[in-house]
Design a protein around this ligand. Structure first.
Ligand code: IPM
Ligand code: MG
Length: 355
């Protein structure tokens, strides 16, 4: 199989973890006789520094022409005070919107070797295996109007939370499809006791549910969900929710697994899918060979599975990660006493060796 991948390392630890993931892909290519061609592209702070804008046309063009996109992370203190349209994060939002990636899949699965790295009790987290399906191109992130203006003699900032029926329907369908292939349990998370967008959300989800009688649907308010995720995460299998709620809940779900440095994501819905770790650019540890490459390596496994239909290859990566963890190798974020502490490069090497 021959595939072209647009590679966007981005900023901070993005470049380090992406380098690790490409090493894994190279080994997979060799072992399984595939050709992966990488096209490097700029986005975020890296693009701002060279081109003056966060998401160059060239990057979008490359992404649209490729078979998949791999992104590291964008952002950093250097660009934090930039005006809104020149913030690195705009690149990420632009890629999602322009590529039509409305379905963000964020699995939070606890590796058994890591139960002790979680901040929660072993009994609570052991066996947790959740997928958060986050709507990615609507809601407060993109709703118009948004901006700043003067009202009654003071500045106000405003955003619009808006969802159309069709936007809710397609993400609900994605979530039901995923739930159907797992334990057939779907929890739709909203704030329907307060928000009109959530009332519409719930109505449409209920309509879509009629097509999936085999899937058990429940509804939960987002505040309660954030509590339930900590109290008893094992009650969840697939969670579907709007953009901002999903942003928050997926970080929370990630932390159940011990570290956000473990969590991969896939953004689907368009013709080209994008894969990225859930974590950010972590400027505090950037360039120090400290970052955990596992989230990005697991993202590449998702790419193989979802975009290229290469499940065997994806499983090989997953198994290698599992093996390395059970042998006691850890990066700093998941380190516990008695384990072997490794840097980004060394961890990558271990995963290569165990493939
Ligand atoms: C994420 C991030 C992004 C988001 C930021 C960096 C724009 O937090 O992917 O979860 O809010 O979607
Ligand atoms: Mg986030």
């Amino acid at each position: 199989m021959k595939k072209t991948i647009t590679v966007i390392p981005g900023d901070g630890i993005g470049t380090e973890v992406v380098a690790g993931a490409l090493q894994i892909l190279d080994v997979i290519a060799k072992r399984f006789d595939h050709t992966f061609e990488y096209k490097n592209a700029l986005a975020g702070g890296a693009a701002l520094d060279t081109t003056g804008i966060p998401l160059p046309e060239e990057t979008l063009k490359l992404a649209k022409l490729s078979d998949a996109v791999l992104l590291g992370a964008v952002g950093g203190p250097k660009w934090d005070s930039n005006p809104q349209h020149l913030k690195p994060e705009r690149a990420l939002l632009g890629l999602r919107k322009e590529l039509g990636l409305y379905a963000n899949i964020r699995p939070a699965k606890i590796y058994s070797a890591l139960v002790d790295a979680s901040a929660l009790k072993k009994e609570v987290v052991e066996g947790v295996d959740i997928i958060v399906v986050r709507e990615l191109t609507g809601g407060l992130y993109f709703g118009k109007p948004s901006g700043f203006e003067q009202r009654n003699g003071e500045e106000v900032g405003f955003n619009t939370m808006i969802y159309s029926e069709s936007e809710v329907r397609r993400i609900a369908e994605s979530a039901f499809e995923i739930a159907r292939k797992r334990s057939k349990k779907l929890c739709s998370v909203d704030k329907a006791n307060v928000l009109e967008t959530s009332q519409l959300w719930r109505k449409v989800v209920l309509e879509v549910a009629k097509k999936y009688p085999d899937v058990e649907l429940s509804h939960m308010y987002v505040d309660n969900c954030s509590m339930q995720l900590i109290r008893n995460p094992k009650q969840f299998d697939v969670i579907v929710t709007e953009n901002l709620f999903g942003d928050i809940l997926s970080d929370e779900a990630a932390m159940l697994t011990g570290s956000i440095g473990m969590l991969a994501s896939a953004s689907l819905g368009g013709t080209v899918a994008m894969y990225e770790p859930v974590h950010g650019s972590a400027p505090d540890i950037a360039g120090q060979n400290k970052a955990n490459p596992i989230a990005t390596i697991a993202s590449v496994a998702m790419m193989l599975k979802y975009s290229f239909n290469l499940s065997l290859e994806a499983d090989a990566i997953e198994n290698s990660i599992q093996r390395v963890l059970s042998k006691g190798f850890r990066t700093g974020d998941i380190y516990t006493e008695g384990m072997t502490l490794l840097g980004t490069k060394e961890m990558t090497k271990k995963i290569v060796e165990n493939l």
